[in-house]
Design a protein around this ligand. Structure first.
Ligand code: NAP
Length: 287
């Protein structure tokens, strides 16, 4: 039932025009007939602290936080274990105090579970490309699901080493030129670099060494069907795309702010696919 007070949340970033979060949350607000609003807030780094401290005064019950504010959001809030472990917060809510979490962790896992059920039957080895903020969420998620060895391949080797220091000996840092070799025996490959994204260089990789039961996940969702996912499809490997993760990571924030756990539906996915453009829709049939 609709409440009489308008509850509002927002996504804070710099820049923020391209965020798809308003589409997701406003879809759910309408679907569940909740009297609420979800807005974009363009906030430059030097104004972030003041903005976050004035969330309540601005009428907000919480917020998503995106580039470049995720580390600052962690420092300004009472973060849960997972946000602290990942070193970044993407969801804030007011609960007497200002609290935070990182929903990329569950977004990644829930999407994998939904797109490639049973992917974790073989937990011996996963390969993660990248060592930035998204990779930290992915590695934390894989450690929490009991993956024995997580090979982190990154262009800047020292950043891959930093992930081993953060998450322990299950993480094996690897150099970029070890990429193809590292895939031998891996049941999961995750791209958490920006490679393959629109206007970014292509990810050059040969999936030949992945076993037939391997699952490929790409965090990039513009384009929706990335060259990596196309390559996985042509090898008939199961895959999980970045849009699925984006949708699943939004669930917890909505529940915290508006009191209803929303469903990730085919209708919502179609809405986002349409927004991502015709080429994304045409190619959307991956599983
Ligand atoms: P980030 O912190 O900037 O990290 C970028 C990563 O990409 C680093 O590991 C970087 O390597 C690597 N990289 C960049 N250019 C490269 C190149 N030319 N060759 C090799 N490696 C390169 O970014 P992030 O926040 O982790 O985000 C990474 C990606 O995940 C983005 O595409 C983002 O949109 C996506 N993402 C998606 C979701 C979702 O819900 N689907 C959620 C979070 C993030 P170096 O360390 O060597 O610089």
């Amino acid at each position: 039932m609709a409440s009489h007070t308008l509850r509002a949340a927002c996504v804070i970033g710099w820049p923020i025009e391209h965020s798809r979060s308003p589409l997701i949350h406003n879809y759910w607000l309408k679907k569940y007939r909740i009297a609420g609003e979800y807005r974009r807030e363009a906030v430059p780094p030097e104004k972030f602290t003041a903005f976050v401290r004035s969330l309540a005064a601005r009428g907000y019950v919480g917020a998503n936080v995106t580039v470049p504010h995720k580390e600052a959001a962690l420092d300004l809030s009472q973060a849960d274990d997972r946000a602290r472990a990942v070193g970044a917060a993407n969801t804030l809510w007011l609960d007497g105090a200002l609290r935070s979490t990182n929903t990329d962790v569950e977004g990644f896992l829930d999407n994998l579970d939904a797109s490639a059920a049973g992917w974790d039957r073989d937990r011996a080895k996963a390969v993660v490309l990248g060592a930035g903020g998204a990779a930290r969420a992915v590695v934390y998620a894989l450690v929490s699901r009991g993956v024995d060895q997580i090979v982190v391949v990154n262009r800047t080797f020292s950043r891959a080493e930093a992930l081993r220091d953060r998450f322990g000996a299950r993480v094996r840092p690897a150099h970029w030129d070890e990429l193809d070799r590292s895939l031998t025996g891996a049941a999961l490959l995750v791209n958490s670099t920006t490679l393959g994204m629109e206007r970014q260089p292509r990810l050059v990789i040969d999936l030949g060494r992945l076993p037939g039961h391997a699952v490929v996940a790409d965090l990039v969702y513009v384009p929706l069907l990335t060259p990596l996912l196309k390559a996985a499809k042509s090898r008939e490997l199961r895959a999980a795309d970045g849009l699925g993760m984006l949708l699943h990571q939004a669930v917890r924030g909505f529940a915290l702010w508006f009191g209803k756990k929303p469903a990730v539906t085919a209708e919502l996915r179609s809405l986002l696919e349409a927004d991502l453009g015709p080429s994304a829709v045409a190619d959307a049939g991956i599983t």
